[in-house]
Design a binder for this molecule. Sequence first.
Ligand code: ADP
Ligand code: LRH
Length: 477
Amino acid sequence: MSEATFAAVDLGASSGRVMAGRVRPGSVELTELRRFANRPVRVGGTLHWDILGLYGNVLDGLRAAPPGLASVGVDSWAVDYGLLDADGRLIGNPVHYRDSRTDGVMERVRAELGDDLLYRTSGLQFLPFNTIYQLAADDLSRAATLLLIPDLLAYWLTGEIGAERTNASTTGLLDVRDGTWSRGLLAKLDLPAGLLPPLRNPGEAIGTVRADVAAETGHAGLRVTAVGSHDTASAVAAVPATTGRFGYISCGTWSLVGVELDAPVLTEASREANFTNEGGIDGTVRYLRNVMGLWLLQECLRAWGGPDLPALLAEAARVPGLRRLVDPDDPEFLPPGDMPARIAAHCRRRGFPEPATRAETVRCVLDSLALAHRATLRQAARLSGREIDVVHLVGGGSRNDLLCRLTADACGLPVVAGPVEATALGNVLTQARAHGVLGGLAESRALVAATQPLRRWEPSGGESAWAAAAAHLGLQP
Ligand code: ADP
Ligand code: LRH
């Protein structure tokens, strides 16, 4: 096949989209078919994803797709899941990873199993919402099958059950060395046999859409292909790197900050620095740490009733820098709630003045994120031995010029910003490879570099101020 159009379903924590990607020799063109907000809903005190609303939007998006699609791939945020009963029916709405049901659970599981065993087995950073801890807080009495969110949607589209490997690597239950479910951990956690479905790789055929889906969408016989169903795996697959010495920041609700490796780093120093070894496309390892990301800004905007973001960013650019800082990774910022108040209190505790205006709060968030980007990239390089000459910042955050500029300054490295829709592109390109339209990962990346609008930000100095700020917060200098 030399030319084909693929649909990408990409569900981020803040919004979802269905895109059509037309791939030809030397060209990839993305067209947006549907974009929709992803709003969690609190019911009876528990924070849920509106999974049927999301699925309805996916069907609407596919209905808007041109005829003759070669296939569709689904990716979403990681770690969350739906449980099916013995008849294959969903038991309740999936719970949001920011729900408080996991409060204190990670600590209990870590004390019981030991950090060394957990990290040596899964290579995963310790985050309170990893699937392994959610399961320890869940009622599994009626559960026959666990499906991660993209696998759940693929199941509804095709009737086929499976667990795609890149996303499975975020559960804490996958063995990082051999890529299989860890029998040792499953036994220790006493998880029901058969709960976790057979694994599948990005690029594998999942099936064709069910008759009812074909009738709803008008795409009879549409094939569903496994992609890097973890959105970060797809985003990193589309990083327009032209050298091996790159760092990346997949910047949306989260900033996922790190390097790409051939093998995991499972050292004690890595465990102590809480770095993760997530599974990528072609068996690569995403060696990274989660930085709290634009969630901080999203929650401020929500608290302020949704003011115009570009106008606010323009104001924040005029506020003097590095006057107010927070450690964005303080767990106090994880749950939803009054973010401006939490930021003000954190500033005060750290010996900074409280932001007096919205623009000062935004500047505080962006300075702090740039500083965390710097500290995390430096740590990734040191712990992995991988040198970094250039930082690729992809995702919605690449539209934030101020954040890109501050990140270049903080890191003392050029930042290449874009593509905005790296995840959807990675999703499309993995399908294109599976269908013989494209060669390897390097070819995919070269195609992105050659065809997508990118902006380059050179560092403009100020190293001593950034180093002092990092030291003040106790971050890697
Ligand atoms: P996710 O996949 O986690 O939902 P995205 O990659 O879609 O995240 O990025 C969403 C973020 O992109 C928003 O939180 C916002 O900060 C940023 N963003 C979106 N549009 C703009 C814009 N016009 N200017 C600056 N930032 C933007
Ligand atoms: C980004 C992301 C990230 C996970 C988080 C739960 O959307 O998938 O890689 O850590 O969501």
